[in-house]
Write a protein that binds this ligand. Structure first.
Ligand SMILES: C[S@@+](CC[C@H](N)C(=O)[O-])C[C@H]1O[C@@H](n2cnc3c(N)ncnc32)[C@H](O)[C@@H]1O
Length: 280
């Protein structure tokens, strides 16, 4: 791999997905792009990178960008963001809205475990909030991830990661060696391709945003741009969940941390003391 090839790859990834290549880049590039090189008929990763630089092959660039994204996820990841939603956010917003749609956006949903975890929670909480409909929008930049999320088919290993056995029995059925989520939960989520670097206005007003474990891959300017767009979409009494290693502090004043709730943020400018704010 020549330094020029690596530089070109880094610039392509940053422009297309916001991903900043870290210092361990050679290993990462080799391990993520070897399967792409093989699949696309290149002798090795170096040949793939040099083709990427010399030909403007949109399909190849899309495959490389997709392969370089980190898609790690699992059901009820980190637990707290789901416990907080169930015990504080959902009751507070349901009280403020009384009835109708409560809009939740999973802004980097990967293979679907995050939105399906929320759909399972809502299914359990439904008798308490019969008039509230949880409208879940789940987006990601990766076609490969969205396809898997939409299929709702998981391996034994994936369903064993974070998913309580009672929920597995209730919401999944075994299909050969895989586990398929129920059609009811599958149809309760709208999956859509969306790049967070784009204009996000098409997403519309949201009550809760989960943007977890994706900003960590962006530089500060990109994080700021994404967060500030999210603030304009979020209802004044809504809230934003970030990943355990992510924060708004030092990046933007559009949000502030919710006291006592790690990873949870509310809008700074909003003064309304309703919904999620009541729990602060
Ligand atoms: C590590 S996963 C996080 C999944 C889930 N939110 C969680 O916390 O378990 C990061 C996801 O962000 C997606 N992603 C990366 N860059 C993106 C971008 N510019 N726009 C939208 N999604 C992006 C990747 O495709 C990947 O599925």
């Amino acid at each position: 791999m020549t330094p020029e090839d690596i530089e070109h790859l880094a610039a392509t990834l940053k422009a297309r997905s916001g991903l900043i290549l870290g210092s361990d880049k050679t290993y990462l590039i080799e391990s993520r792009l070897s399967p792409v090189a093989r699949r696309e008929g290149f002798a090795n990763v170096s040949a793939l990178l040099s083709a990427l630089r010399t030909k403007r092959d949109e399909k190849l660039m899309a495959s490389v960008t997709d392969a370089m994204t980190t898609n790690e996820t699992f059901f009820f990841r980190d637990k707290a963001p789901f416990d907080q939603f169930k015990s504080d956010i959902l009751p507070a917003l349901a009280k403020a809205r009384l009835s109708g749609d409560l809009k939740v956006w999973c802004a980097a949903c990967s293979t679907g475990q995050e939105p399906y975890s929320l759909a399972m929670l809502m299914d359990e909480a439904k008798p308490q909030f019969p008039r509230i409909n949880l409208d879940i929008l789940a987006t990601d930049i990766s076609d490969r991830c969205l396809e898997k999320a939409q299929a709702g088919l998981y391996t034994q290993f994936e369903v064993q990661r974070g998913l309580p056995i009672t929920m597995m029995v209730k919401h999944f059925e075994k299909v050969d060696e895989m586990w398929r989520i129920s059609p009811k939960l599958r149809s309760s989520i709208r999956f859509k391709k969306l790049n967070l670097l784009e204009d996000l206005r098409s997403v519309g007003r949201q009550d809760v945003i989960y943007c977890r474990n994706v900003l960590i891959y962006f530089d500060i300017e990109t994080k700021k741009r994404v967060l500030e767009q999210m603030a304009t979409l979020l209802a004044d009494d809504g809230c934003l969940f970030l990943g355990a290693a992510e924060t708004v502090l030092g990046i933007t004043d559009a949000f502030k941390p919710m006291p006592g709730m790690r990873g949870l943020y509310i809008k700074n400018a909003a003064s309304a003391q309703t919904g999620a704010r009541r729990t602060a």
